[in-house]
Ligand binder design. Structure first.
Ligand code: URA
Length: 433
């Protein structure tokens, strides 16, 4: 088999065979296919797409490039949750303990943030003492004992995805549905859960800017799961404005604690309950949606979900006292308010710009080697639909430095204020299964 023939075939719009896809992925992962040929094929896929069978084959080949996690030593139906990435997305910190309190074992591997989107691992590491490395035995033992453990991605999982993603990043080939779907699903499949619940984001802060594109990505990922024997459910959710009211790391942990105390942003709570409902239904813990919602709400109201968070934090070396006293989390010395310049209504808050403002303060990474500052971030005081008066605070930058001109400009320009009250958007658009 020759790589050049495979490139020409896809360039001309033909479907690749399973053998050709395996030849490419395994050859590239082993370093036998050069970047220039891999890049040419990725660009051909970007323009010509892939059918369902090719996309599943690509996913399977990426999974086969590395180790897979065997979770069979954990009792019960293992359900994983994944978000396609957003701004202020702390749902894993809330949903994980919540469904664990409902009895579902959560054995989760999470990533770090890059660019304007944050990562669960960075957020957890803002808790003093918390560590995200556990041996395989300790990981399984924690899940069996405490029902939840969250660790960083193993280096040995899906090595082909790591190489391909890095190449896509510098060759303009990230935004391709089969490439995104196979990249995400390969990691989820290799991580070993029985059921996968995907939170597919749509809007200005997401990969997919339109509902149609997000729906297509969701359907392809659900299809991959089905064809590879893993039940997959996708929730389409809004990422046009930041999720919740905090963007950063320690401040997002604080918000997650608030939600588990039954306080805080209604849209964020609604999304978390929707994800948790789908996870518990798929695991067979509850019989129907109403029962799931009622019981999950009870777990919040009774404090059991919060107790599970505390146990989980302590088990992974974190200071459990932060749960009762979030003031122990890192914070920044300076608060810089961005104020409204006119009366009106908040019509839009560009999520990507808010994420970039937080990144400029040090809450996120411009390159993968950057070191995160856990105490900095952005608090959103006015959300879409809120009325504002000139001079009122829209949002606050939490900064290490007294001034933060670039981040200030970014955050200020993220807000659009007009005379009309914007129609409320749903937080959850659709559930696809
Ligand atoms: N997240 C991934 O893991 N892969 C992609 O291709 C895009 C988002």
């Amino acid at each position: 088999m020759r790589m050049v023939d495979i490139i020409e075939k896809k360039r001309d719009g033909e479907a690749l065979t399973s053998e050709e896809i395996r030849f490419f992925v395994s050859g590239y992962a082993r370093g036998e296919i050069p970047d220039y040929q891999a890049a040419a094929l990725l660009m051909a896929i970007y323009f010509q797409g892939m059918n369902e069978r090719e996309t599943s084959d690509l996913t399977e080949a990426i999974v086969a490039s590395g180790e897979t996690v065997d979770l069979s030593e954990i009792e019960g139906v293992k359900v994983d949750k994944h978000s396609t990435g957003g701004v202020g997305d702390k749902t894993s910190l809330i949903v994980g303990p919540l469904v664990a309190a409902a009895g579902i074992p959560i054995a989760k591997m999470s990533g770090r943030g890059l660019g304007h989107t944050g990562g669960t691992i960075d957020k957890l590491e803002s808790i003093p003492g918390f560590h995200v490395e556990l041996s395989r035995e300790a990981f399984l033992d924690h899940v069996n004992r405490y029902k939840i453990a969250i660790i960083g991605h193993s280096q040995n999982l899906t090595p082909a995805d790591k190489k391909l993603y890095a190449l896509r990043d510098v060759t303009g080939t990230v935004a391709s549905v089969p490439l995104i779907a196979s990249s995400i699903m390969s990691k989820k499949l290799a991580s070993g859960a029985d059921v996968i619940v995907l939170d597919v984001k749509v809007g200005s802060g997401a990969f997919m800017k339109t509902l149609d594109d997000a729906k297509r990505l969701a359907e392809v990922m659900v299809g991959i799961g089905k064809s590879l024997g893993r039940r997959t459910i996708a929730i389409l959710s809004d990422m046009d404005e930041p999720l919740g009211r905090e963007v950063g790391n320690a401040n997002e942990v604080r918000e997650a604690i608030d939600i588990l105390k039954g306080k805080g942003d209604a849209r964020l709570t609604e999304l978390c309950l929707t994800i948790a409902t789908q996870m518990t239904l798929a695991a067979g813990v509850y019989a129907h949606e109403k029962e799931a919602r009622d019981r999950l709400t009870d777990l919040i109201v009774s404090g059991r979900a919060l107790e599970t968070l505390k146990t989980f934090v302590q088990a992974q070396g974190g200071d459990p006292a932060v749960i009762d006293d979030p003031g122990r989390l890192p914070s920044a010395a300076h608060s810089i308010a961005v104020r409204a310049e006119r009366d009106g209504f908040v019509q839009a808050i560009d999520a990507e710009s808010v994420g970039l403002a937080a990144m400029m303060l040090g809450a996120g990474r411009k390159t993968k080697d950057d070191v995160i500052d856990h105490g900095v971030g952005v608090s959103i005081e006015k959300k879409v639909g809120d009325a504002v008066k000139a001079g009122e605070t829209l949002a606050v930058l939490h900064s290490r430095t007294e001034t933060a001109a670039d981040a200030y400009e970014k955050l200020k320009n993220a807000y659009r204020i007009g005379d009309e009250k914007a129609a409320a958007k749903p937080i959850v658009y659709e559930v696809i299964q």
